[in-house]
Design a protein around this ligand. Structure first.
Ligand SMILES: *Cc1c(COP(=O)(O)O)cnc(C)c1O
Length: 461
């Protein structure tokens, strides 16, 4: 499988190279040159498979040529061995045809474990084979950081530096990162917001001279391998409610457009998906572009669903690439115009986007209402991101005979503030993190200044 850049100027690369490169050298994002597709018969034949077997069938075409089948199977088994439910991604029914897909059964209690547990192992495998080392630099709005650290901490070939916005992640989120005391793990609290952190990571990829020859790798969802791993649970959940014999719909709480983009790919690969609902909080650039063709950057709102507090959605570029007939030059031009403040799509591109996605925005007070209402009716406690997803699902659902699956992206214990504001009681920490608040923390607070952050990294190479 070859991968090409959305901006058309970087060379096509193999899976192994894309895995280590992250962002393409022309500033674009890598996407597969062609997508594997599966027939309805083939998908139907997978209904009895374990999550791990299904994951192998869906992902192997993407890595073939770079990772041998046996090694890949072992990595998949390892990656999901630390999940606390035997079906890995269990489903809970909350109403007729209404389902919650629990993606928070991994070690850090958010859906990012699905991709990052695998990513760490894939990187370690490729680096071992090539006898190379890699410096990981990532930005997190809360959940990526801990999942990436958990996925990478055991590799001798990786050093990981994670930037988080100082005092803007929940205490559970911060402690899940900063209590991992390993020689190759560095947490940096930047006195800025998530977009500042993400901007520093992007700038560091664009000019890597500060690294003095070391190689830089990405764990953010610009890394293709993360998207790939997220395709699997669309198939597993759809199969469990009767696909491919019937259609299914999904609602996905999203900010960076990573998770829902994986759903779009599942559809293109043959899964009969009716609706894909984009659910946003007050930071609604995705809702605005889908509903009214407005891609303007607005100032950041701090919300009760901090993992979606972003102004710019990096992965949307991958969709725009398809919306422009996969013409890299057009995307290069569009991104230049976008940075200069021109913020709408052509009619054709906007129609393409609207033909695949519905969208809805949910504010903080409504998020709390939904948490409370669902808890009162079903005794099921939603985290604030999932509550946004469920409210969007219920609002945008067109055909109630088609199952609607809302992705539960985090466990509610990670977001006690929202749960308590909703008038519910925050659950107790699961066993493996019972002593989280007593553990020793280690992190550095740095100014919102690229050179200060780069100096910090250079000194620790
Ligand atoms: C990261 C995250 C999201 C958003 O994921 P995208 O990649 O932006 O789609 C939603 N909810 C939670 C809990 C997250 O950690």
């Amino acid at each position: 499988m070859k991968y090409i850049s959305t901006r058309g100027k970087a060379p096509a690369l193999s899976f192994g190279d894309v895995l280590l490169a992250g962002l393409a050298s022309d500033g674009g994002l890598y996407v597969p040159e062609t997508l594997p597709t599966f027939s309805q018969e083939e998908i139907a034949s997978w209904s009895g498979l374990s999550y791990q077997e299904l994951a192998f069938n869906i992902m192997y075409p993407f890595v073939e040529g770079d990772i041998p089948a046996a090694a890949f199977k072992e990595m998949i088994n390892d990656a999901y061995a630390g999940f606390n439910h035997s079906s890995i991604a269990p489903m809970v029914q909350t109403d007729t045809n209404e389902w919650i897909l629990e993606l928070f059964r991994g070690p850090t209690l958010a859906f990012k474990d699905f991709a990052l547990q695998l990513l760490g192992r894939l990187m370690d495998y490729v680096l071992t084979k090539r006898q190379e080392k890699l410096v990981i630099l990532g930005a997190t709005s809360g959940d990526t950081g801990s999942a990436a650290i958990e996925g990478c901490r055991h590799s001798d070939h990786l050093k990981i530096f994670i930037l988080h916005p100082y005092q803007r992640v929940s205490e559970v989120q911060r402690r899940q990162m900063t209590t991992v005391i390993d020689d190759n793990v560095f947490n940096i609290a930047v006195k800025g917001n998530f977009d500042d952190c993400q901007g520093m990571v992007k700038n560091s990829f664009a000019d890597q001279s500060f690294l003095q020859g070391a190689k830089l790798g990405a764990v953010n969802s610009i890394n293709w391998a993360r998207i790939m791993a997220q395709i699997v649970y669309y198939f597993s959940s759809a199969l469990s409610v009767g696909a491919p014999a019937r259609k299914v719909s999904f609602s996905v709480p999203t900010g960076n457009f990573g998770d829902i983009f994986a759903g779009y790919l599942a559809k293109k690969m043959g899964l009969p998906i009716d609706q894909l609902v984009v659910a946003t909080n007050q930071n609604d650039i995705l809702h605005r572009v889908i509903s009214e063709n407005d891609m303007s950057r607005q100032s950041l709102n701090v919300t009760l669903s901090p993992s979606m507090d972003i102004m710019v959605s990096s992965n949307f570029e991958r969709l725009l690439f398809d919306a422009h007939g996969r013409n890299g030059a057009e995307i290069d031009d569009l991104m230049t115009r976008f940075n200069a403040g021109d913020v709408s799509l052509s009619d054709d591109a906007w129609s393409f986007v609207k033909s695949h996605f519905d969208s809805y925005k949910v504010d903080d007070s409504r998020t709390c209402e939904v948490i409370k209402q669902v808890f009162d009716e079903t005794q099921y406690l939603l985290d604030p991101h999932t509550a946004i997803g469920l409210d969007a699902a219920r609002t945008c659902w067109k055909d109630k005979s088609i199952p609607m699956i809302t992705l539960a992206t985090a466990h509610p214990v990670k977001f006690p503030e929202a749960v308590e504001k909703a008038g519910c009681v925050s659950p107790v920490l699961p066993d493996h993190m019972k002593d989280l608040f007593e553990r020793e923390e280690s992190y550095d607070v740095l100014d919102n200044d690229l050179s200060a952050v780069q100096r910090f990294v250079t000194e620790r190479l």
